[in-house]
Ligand binder design. Structure first.
Ligand code: GDP
Length: 423
């Protein structure tokens, strides 16, 4: 495992504050664009008598995803000498939640962008709140468009003070604040002589100096079962249990237990797709394994290892969620709760508190409106397996589906059934 580690980044911020521009800059200034792409986009702008924008680079890449190297469906890649970065493109709240909960790539670092001229917006605060709720601890705040405020130290410090005060109210400490111009490239990949009053790091220096979250593979093993695939080997009918490992590692010989069913068997072999044979696999990998016994398990169960910390199994959960639905969250109808590969019907049982995520004011009522954060209790149609947020940020996250649309998401903070698992 001496290979260079990847790092997943998410870029959030109010619309038009400069997210795409910063992504375009990072790609261009690290030489991570496909050959000739920058020139081609500039030429198209010239032809259409339109000023060039770094944000167009992202659009151009999306238009030709066949180029695969720099972008796939929702991810953009760039490289420094230190490591390869994967930007999880999350243009809105919903995409962000979806990526954090159901995406294979989960953010280790968040860049939160604030427009120096417009200042802190409600969304700047909501995003900050969401990051802390989902357990993303490394947050770098980029105060962008410094060129529009004459690179003013006073303006920078004003925004810094306002946003820092908000973060401290929600118990978050940013890694750092950086004054930048995505448009002009100041303090992104290289320093700035326009802001001699700033002696901190550039965006790239800061990123390269951050640490990968190491402890994920040392946590208890968790793999949501994606499917069971049958195959025949040497006249034997065998089944592969497939999925992506959220946390921990698995080895041949481990005693495995599946929740919520509680069925058990020993790991016989590890079967990775298109990869060299191994007898151990770790978090982040899409993998599969065969078992010693022919037990019947299905998609949606959570594979765990006996002897390690066990998950919770429950039909009644206390959650903290961010609601984005067009309609209020209330107890007049059912929702679907999705986490890992599990999907279960959920009914709102009680709203404990409602909070406006930007003003942080509390309200007491039994429904939740769009853009509010709430602590609520759900009753589930059948038991699911999960971890409490205090035990794992990875396997405590869920999304809620209302009328076929992801309408909210959050973390499970408690199991209200309190039935001890028997292991
Ligand atoms: P997004 O919605 O957050 O992705 O924002 P974009 O990257 O699309 O930027 C919105 C607008 O702000 C575009 O017209 C950009 O050219 C402009 N913009 C972004 N960064 C800067 C900057 O540092 N300085 C200036 N002057 N304009 C910027």
């Amino acid at each position: 495992e001496s290979q260079q580690s990847n790092m997943n980044i998410v870029i959030v911020g109010h619309v038009d504050h400069g997210k795409s521009t910063i992504i375009g800059r990072l790609l261009a200034d690290t030489g991570s664009l496909p050959e000739g792409k920058l020139e081609q986009v500039k030429e198209t702008c010239r032809k259409n008598a339109k000023p060039f924008e770094y944000a167009f680079l992202l659009d151009a890449l999306k238009d030709e995803q066949s180029q695969g190297i720099t972008i796939d469906s929702a991810r953009v890649f760039f490289k420094t000498q230190e490591r390869k970065y994967i930007i999880i493109d999350a243009p809105g709240h919903i995409e962000f939640l979806k990526n954090m909960v159901t995406g294979a790539a989960r953010a280790e670092v968040a860049l939160l962008v604030i427009d120096a001229k417009e200042g802190v917006k409600e969304n700047s605060k909501r995003h900050g709140y969401l990051l802390s709720m989902l357990g993303i601890k490394q947050v770098v705040v980029l105060i962008n468009k410094m060129d529009l405020v004459d690179y003013s130290k006073e303006r920078y410090e004003e925004i810094l003070a306002e946003y820092k005060a908000f973060l401290s109210e929600i118990d978050v400490e940013a890694e750092s604040f950086i004054p930048i111009s995505g448009f002009k490239g100041e303090n992104v990949a290289s320093g700035s002589d326009k802001m001699p009053w700033y002696s901190g790091m550039t965006v790239l220096e800061k990123l390269d100096g951050l640490k990968n979250i190491e402890d994920i593979k040392n946590q208890a093993f968790r793999m949501p079962v994606q499917g069971i695939y049958k195959f025949t080997a040497g006249g034997d009918d065998r089944r592969i249990v497939a999925g992506t490992i959220d946390t921990g590692k698995v080895k041949v010989g481990h005693e495995m237990v599946f929740y919520p069913s509680g069925k058990k068997s020993k790991v016989k072999s590890i079967e990775r797709f298109n990869a060299p044979k191994t007898d151990e696999d770790v978090s982040g990998s899409a993998t599969g394994f065969t078992l010693e016994d022919q037990i019947y398990i299905t998609r949606g169960e959570l594979a765990c290892i006996i002897g390690e910390r066990q998950p919770e199994v429950s039909t009644q959960i206390k959650t903290k969620l961010f609601w984005l639905g067009k309609e209020d969250l209330n107890n007049t109808r059912d929702y679907y709760l999705k986490m890992g590969t599990q999907k279960v019907k959920a009914a709102l049982e009680e709203v404990i508190t409602v909070l406006d995520a930007s003003t942080l004011t509390k309200t007491e009522r039994q429904y939740v409106q769009r853009h509010e954060v709430a602590e609520v209790i759900f009753k589930l149609e059948k038991a699911i397996a999960f971890d409490k947020a205090e035990n794992s940020t990875e396997t405590s996250r869920f999304v809620l589906v209302d009328n076929y649309e992801i309408s909210g998401g959050g973390i499970i903070v408690d199991n209200l059934e309190n039935e001890e698992l028997w292991l």
